[in-house]
Design a protein around this ligand. Structure first.
Ligand code: ZN
Length: 119
């Protein structure tokens, strides 16, 4: 299975399910925003985290998470939970407030779509 790493802002709870696996490990490495004191803990499936190739396999994922967290600074770090298996970083947000708008400027938010049903 693919290596998945979640980044959860310290002091907050995960907003959604953690990566697969029954046991999770919080890595000693954290990602800290260079512009403020926001810190994110990295959570990985225990077995994957103890795997032999974890250090090299995890590096690109951590870079992605780092980037997402740095970008999140301009957004006041409103996303407290990120997850990636590589390629893209998913923002894990509770399914309510407007903070759940996508990071990119892709037009209307997903949330507004479902409300237009009666045309
Ligand atoms: Zn910051």
């Amino acid at each position: 299975m693919n290596l998945t790493i979640a980044a959860i802002r310290s002091g907050t709870d995960p907003c959604g399910p953690l990566p697969q696996g029954s046991f999770h490990r919080t890595l000693e490495d954290q990602i800290t925003c260079p512009k403020c004191d926001a810190t994110y803990n990295l959570v990985v499936d225990f077995e994957q985290a103890t795997g032999r190739f974890f250090p090299e396999n995890s590096r690109p994922l951590m870079l992605l998470l780092q980037k997402a967290i740095f970008l999140g600074h301009s957004n006041n770090h409103s996303v407290s939970h990120f997850e990636t298996a590589g390629v893209v970083v998913r923002s894990v947000t509770p399914t309510l407030p407007k903070e759940s708008r996508p990071r990119t400027d892709e037009g209307p938010t997903v949330a507004s779509k479902g409300e237009i049903g009666w045309s």
